[in-house]
Design a protein around this ligand. Structure first.
Ligand SMILES: NC(=O)c1ccc[n+]([C@@H]2O[C@H](COP(=O)([O-])OP(=O)(O)OC[C@H]3O[C@@H](n4cnc5c(N)ncnc54)[C@H](O)[C@@H]3O)[C@@H](O)[C@H]2O)c1
Length: 409
């Protein structure tokens, strides 16, 4: 038997020689962290630059061999746990750093990651990104940081702007300081948001079941001005701009993804955030839905597998994307309104959903979809999973995990 048969060992042969000690250390120090005990929970609860010219040619899309140890902030959340799972699958050591403020869904996601065949390569740190000391200790020896931790709800950012600021603006600043101090010269990927564009200045048309942009057929690109309309948009934009500054001034290998509506398995969606997953959960469990506004509001839906692929591409091609802010979304091919998503779910479950219409929520865009040309030019990336296929897969995940999902919603 040769150890070249193991993907992780094979990948490490390509890693620069000085990384070997940290790889060995991370094997030795695999954590036996007891997340339930640590949380004290009962066991049953468990101004952007212009486009760079680029053609997508020369983009590296080979299996990832660059990472010896990764930290994923927000790694117990939806995006973070999916990427942590992907990294574990590839044999990398992963630290997830999360304050578990998302609640029981975080515990479910950690249970899922721990049950992974490479779950022993996972360590879990219960901490907030506002705590620089704890964050820096957790990031020791990491050469990839995926920063997905955030206060994610727009309504909560309006009712509690202080928490939003500490989690998102200060938290991202702390992640940058942590990365800057690391001797590993890490790659840093940041999940910014399309909310940095606020409500883009574009005319809309009202159609029977949706709004659409008038004269902006490809959607919003990165040249649109940043103008947060509510605290969440501003705190995410602060992180986004800081990333750019740290790349310019300190040569940090960072990239900011301005993400649209991401969805998929392991998303414990709620009314105020993660609406596609929330609609799937409501459809599967027969729960009533509140619709804020007329339901014709439109988003471009991005399935999680495409997000994971974008993160890989960015890491492997960091010299092409460093310092950039890049839109990541389903794009105009994957635009759906709330009403259209509900109609599709009803066709899948063969059951009408119970809807109650309420007033518009502040800061809610009637129409947003993203132009992803820059991601295509710089990383040869485009979304590949059609929104209906993604919704159907998410619904299947809910149906196969009804017990887990019911304990969370
Ligand atoms: N899901 C989307 O559609 C979407 C769209 C645009 C941007 N984003 C961004 O993507 C990232 C991931 O979002 P998600 O959908 O996975 O959300 P999520 O709520 O599932 O995950 C976020 C995780 O961060 C943790 N967290 C929150 N505050 C923290 C803090 N102060 N310190 C440490 N951990 C903290 C939560 O417990 C949670 O596990 C966020 O940065 C979000 O702003 C998400």
């Amino acid at each position: 038997m040769t150890f070249l048969a193991f993907p992780f060992l094979r990948s490490q042969l390509c890693v620069r020689a000085w990384r070997w000690p940290s790889v060995l250390m991370s094997w030795i120090s695999t954590d036996k962290y007891d997340i339930q005990a640590s949380l004290g929970l009962p066991p049953e609860i468990l101004g952007q630059k212009p486009y760079r010219n680029g053609s997508g040619s020369g983009v590296d899309d080979l299996p990832m061999t660059l990472v010896s140890k990764a930290m994923v902030t927000g790694g117990a959340g939806f995006v973070g746990s999916n990427y942590a799972s992907h990294l574990l699958q590839a044999g990398h050591a992963v630290v997830i750093y999360d304050d578990f403020s998302r609640g029981v869904g975080c515990l479910r996601n950690v249970e899922w990651l721990k049950s992974h065949q490479n779950g022993k390569r996972l360590s879990v740190v219960n901490g907030g990104v506002a705590d620089l000391e704890s964050l820096s200790a957790a990031a020791k020896d990491c050469d990839l940081i995926v920063h997905a931790a955030a206060q994610v709800s727009v309504p909560k950012s309006i009712s509690g702007p202080g928490l939003d600021f500490r989690s998102n603006a200060l938290g991202t600043f702390n992640v940058l300081e942590t990365a800057r101090a690391l001797e590993t010269d890490p790659v840093l990927l940041y999940t910014s948001s399309n909310k940095v564009y606020g409500i883009p200045n574009a005319h809309l048309q009202e159609q029977e079941f949706r709004y659409d942009f008038e004269g902006l057929s490809n959607g919003v690109d990165e040249t649109f001005p940043i103008k947060g309309e509510e605290p969440y948009g501003v705190s995410k934009a602060a992180g986004d701009l800081y990333l750019h500054a740290y790349s310019e001034q300190y040569g940090l290998k960072s990239v900011s993804f301005r993400c649209s509506c991401m969805f998929g398995p392991h998303q414990y969606g709620k009314e105020e955030q993660g609406w596609v997953a929330w609609f799937c959960i409501a459809a599967a469990l027969g729960k009533p839905l509140s619709i804020y506004g007329d339901g014709k509001q439109v988003r471009d839906l991005l399935y999680i597998d495409d997000v994971v692929h974008a993160f890989d591409l960015a890491t492997k091609n960091i010299d092409r994307v460093r310092g950039e802010a890049i839109n990541l979304g389903g794009g105009k091919e994957n635009v759906a309104s709330l009403l259209e998503t509900i109609a599709y779910l009803e066709s899948l479950t063969n059951r009408k959903m119970h809807l109650t219409f309420k007033d518009w929520r502040p800061g809610d865009n009637k129409c947003y979809y993203t132009d992803c040309s820059k991601a295509r030019e710089l990383m040869n990336w485009k979304s590949t999973v059609p929104w209906k296929e993604g919704v159907s897969k998410t619904l299947d995940w809910v149906k196969s995990n009804v017990h887990e999902v019911s304990t969370v919603v």
